[in-house]
Write a protein that binds this ligand. Structure first.
Ligand code: GLU
Length: 268
């Protein structure tokens, strides 16, 4: 049996429905529908401080207004619910624990101040700002000390830096990244909230997403996500990164300067 085509739009409800998100949604919708597939909406609301229900409503109203009805997602629900990441934290934590148990991830006790200092030193000595891997080699007494201080650890993925990471982007063709430029990255913050890299990968897998069609600003996230997919034994979806949208004068569209919400003309 041929695999069902399943695409998704995964907006973070941290602002009004953005023109770029609308375009990404349109491509996802058209691609899925042209293949008899499904179009899914997943709300990426793990940033609790910035996510707001009114933004989610604006995004969903905007999708409806454009006629981009979703087959699964908020309100309509579906077999892979819930479709809000904030309601799926236990699922992500389970996969993080799996990676820890398999020694594909480790606990990181560094404070933001320590990380900042490390970055400053790297800048001064003209090294790339990549995490040193310090907490992977903690001595038992250091570990004890941090625990006593009450430090809550984050979880870092252990990046194996052998071999280039390659994928075939459906728009750009072959894309290659050197894992040495990536370093060990955080997959779960010290408050137990997953980062975008891990949550997206877990959900794309569990929601059986066949094609990840998203903006080009995400292309540098893809190698990290592929590393996670490999480590977790997940299938790797097809990737297509859409070029950025430019203003008529060819400058990059900016959230701050330009009216980029699809309803901005109506409101101004
Ligand atoms: N939440 C991301 C965004 O709003 C989408 C990530 C993705 O499509 O994988 O940009």
């Amino acid at each position: 049996m041929e695999e069902e085509i399943r695409t998704r739009i995964a907006p973070s409800p941290t602002g009004l429905f953005h023109l770029g998100t609308a375009r990404t949604a349109l491509y996802n919708y058209l691609f899925a529908k042209s293949k008899g597939g499904k179009f899914i909406v997943r709300i990426e609301d793990t940033d609790r401080a910035r996510s707001q229900p009114e933004y989610e409503n604006d995004i969903l109203d905007g999708l409806n207004w454009l006629g981009l009805a979703w087959d699964e997602g908020p309100i309509v629900e579906g077999p892979y619910k819930p479709y809000h990441q904030a309601k799926r934290l236990k699922i992500y934590q389970k996969y993080c624990q799996q990676l820890l148990a398999e020694k594909k991830a480790y606990l990181c006790y560094c404070t933001p101040q320590e990380l900042e200092k490390e970055r400053e030193n790297q800048m001064k000595t003209h090294q790339p700002p990549i995490y040193s891997g310090r907490c992977q080699k903690l001595k038992p007494e250091e570990l004890e000390k941090y625990k006593k201080e009450g430090r809550q650890p984050a979880i870092r993925f252990l990046t194996n830096d052998e071999g280039a990471i390659e994928f075939k982007d459906l728009i750009r063709g072959k894309v290659t990244f050197d894992p040495k430029t990536i370093g060990d990255f955080i997959i779960q913050k010290s408050d137990g909230i997953p980062t975008f890299y891990l949550a997206g990968v877990v959900d794309d897998f569990l929601m059986k997403i066949s094609h990840v069609i998203r903006g080009e600003e995400h292309i540098s996230n893809t190698p990290r996500q592929i590393l996670l997919q490999r480590a977790l034994g997940f299938s790797i979806p097809e990737y297509a990164h859409l070029p950025l949208i430019f203003n008529p004068d060819k400058t990059k569209m900016s959230k701050r300067k330009d009216p980029v919400s699809i309803t901005s003309d109506c409101k101004n």
